[in-house]
Design a binder for this molecule. Structure first.
Ligand code: PMP
Length: 282
């Protein structure tokens, strides 16, 4: 398939970067994953805004204008094989002699590719997934979508090792997010979301779910969620661009409530699918 690298469109096999790229040497870069439905990028403006926040967070100039990003992403989405896709884009501080300090002259590396997107299969929606918990041992700038994902990789592998789908993270006794998702909890019929802060990635899907809750009049609150509240939850949901909204039905080997996706999950799932449809028809 066709990818974008530093101003050129070329086959993936021909896309090459120098080994001294700071992305490779230091993990010095940021990224985005943008879902595409029917070849239409979903919430593109919001993803580009978060990209700018990440770039500002690592003090790296945005190499492209919003119009240029939009054009490149649309081009890649049109050239791809499938209608539904995940657009992956990455910006690094580029190649430079190895030195922690920023190079004097920066030539950012810009890479964009498309991979087929498979939305959660029916079985997974109906049964939910299992999750484990772990102490959130990441840094204090989890709001930056950094390509340096080693902590997330190690945390996610804990779930894989336990035959589970995700690792839910707790910092100082409070829920932060998943290794690669945001987490919602239902208590007393109220949807609870941890507040955005430096301790979690501001998920685009997280915003969509809160918007839907507001529009549909589902009781919800943005506030800290304690470990006890997580463990005693009526429902637990994961959200991300690729997982959409997925119910967690087992936590650390124990069923969440009766071990099946709960009533509010089904309402939110239906509203989320309807919301996607309106965007696709727009
Ligand atoms: N938190 C983390 C750590 C993530 O990696 C992701 C995305 N993979 C999310 C939350 C969810 O963000 P989004 O809804 O924008 O996909």
């Amino acid at each position: 398939s066709i990818v974008y690298l530093n101003g050129e469109y070329l086959p993936l096999e021909e896309a090459k970067i120098p080994v001294l790229d700071r992305g490779f040497i230091f993990g010095d870069g940021v990224y985005e994953v943008i879902p595409v439905y029917d070849r239409r990028p979903f919430r593109l403006a919001e993803h580009l805004r978060r990209l700018q926040h990440s770039l500002d967070g690592i003090r790296l100039a945005n190499p492209l204008t919003e119009a240029e990003w939009s054009e490149c992403i649309t081009h890649i989405a049109e050239a791809a094989e499938t209608e539904d896709q995940g657009i992956y884009l990455q910006v690094t501080r580029g190649p430079a002699p190895r030195d922690h300090a920023f190079p004097k002259v920066v030539r950012q590396t810009v890479f964009i590719m498309s991979t087929p997107l498979t939305t959660p299969p029916r079985e997974l929606v109906e049964q939910g997934v299992s999750a484990v918990t772990a102490v959130d041992n990441r840094w204090l700038r989890c709001d930056i979508k950094a390509i340096a994902l080693l902590p997330n990789v190690l945390l996610r592998q804990l779930a894989v090792d336990a035959g589970c789908a995700e690792t839910i993270l707790l910092r100082d006794g409070f829920l932060t997010e998943g290794a690669a998702s945001n987490v919602f909890v239902v208590r007393d019929g109220v949807i609870l979301a941890p507040p955005k802060s430096n301790l979690m990635l501001p998920g685009i899907t997280y915003d969509v779910v809160l918007e839907i809750a507001a529009n549909q009049g589902f009781a919800h609150a943005v506030r800290q969620v304690s470990e006890a509240e997580l463990r005693g939850a009526e429902e637990i949901w994961l959200t991300s661009s690729t997982k959409e909204v997925t119910a967690v039905t087992r936590l650390d080997g124990r069923p969440v409530a009766d071990g099946r996706p709960g009533p509010l999950f089904w309402k939110m799932h239906a509203a989320y699918q309807a919301f996607k449809q309106t965007v696709m028809r727009a």
